[in-house]
Design a protein around this ligand. Sequence first.
Ligand SMILES: Cc1ncc(COP(=O)(O)O)c(C=O)c1O
Length: 400
Amino acid sequence: MAVHVIVTGAAVTDASVMNTMTSSMTNKSESLPVNEHESISRFHGGGLNAAAKEFNIPREQWLDLSTGINPNGYPINTLPAEVWQRLPEDDDDLEAIALAWFGGSSVSAHVDSHTDRKGIFETDKAPATGCLPVAGSQAALQLLPSMRAPCRVGVPAVGYAEHEFAWRAAGHDVTRLLPDEVGSALAHLDVLICINPNNPSGEIICADTLIGWHRQLSARGGWLVVDEAFMDMPVSEEARSKSLADYYFQLRAAQQNSGLIILRSLGKFFGLAGMRAGLMFAEPALCVAMKDRLGPWALSHPARYVMARALADVSWQATTAEQLRQQRQRLVQLLVEAGFTVQGHSDLFVYCLHPSAQHVATKLAQQAILVRHFDQPSALRFGLPGNELHWQRLARALAR
Ligand SMILES: Cc1ncc(COP(=O)(O)O)c(C=O)c1O
């Protein structure tokens, strides 16, 4: 077995990968570039039905590690009938709760009665503006491109491809960039999209760098969009130093938060992917404009109700953050012992470059374990097993 080095949050540095993925600032087009558009993979993992069919293994036998979703997500109790039956109301305090959560301040009440909601969330943050609950961060990232005239947009060369897809589909001039290309490209961009931490590479761009980029872009009416779907929870100091949340509040206090857009998801850390819930933090006018476009009741009443409780439950968040960290360390160790080169991670997935990624994924699928594999670069992403039996099953499958 080769010696394997763990590079925490490292950039994708394989030379051949760099060559393939390096963007060309000259490779721009005025209209929708059909070929590039078609080459964008919109495959996202979690496709158990398709896997069951392809490998002829019943769905219930599968261990799904193909997503970066917390397998032990926020517990949902039976919801009051009213939550299902009544339309959601926008003035339910959800925005204030989300701002308090994002600001890392404690939300000071126990949420146990849907009838007693008014006023139970006392926050020390500013009034509930500049925050928009959405039906998954996907809903916001899909609409953002329609809120600017065609312009020049930089997207991550490696990363969640829906950003690139959405901006291209809306007719913008899109350039794929590696992190170390952004500095020199910035002068030619109006919008920069960053995924922090990156999915799938796990790479983190440090907050100071992002702040510098935001200052340059906003000075000329540009946007910095930071997709923090996989960012740690705001509860710890360490997490706060990686997120742009504090910078967002500084700008808000100075009423200068134009051009900074931060996306958060309830689908990853909270494990509530099926609920479709996320948040956009941006200047109030942009949130209002986005809200208008989304129309009334864009987020279901059950989603708003559960989201409020999950965001307010700081104790569950703190316990979960620690558990995920430990599980991720265990997964890194398991993969290294099995001969993989771990290239990066978030606390919800581990990313390994591997020359025969597809072959490995197929071998695991034949044992009813679903993982994501990527072609460019050839790599695998493993989500966290949810219980001890699943850990042992993965270990056995990797040993074969
Ligand atoms: C980096 C990243 N951002 C955003 C999303 C969208 O997630 P959601 O719409 O569930 O918030 C995903 C989904 O996988 C993602 O990987």
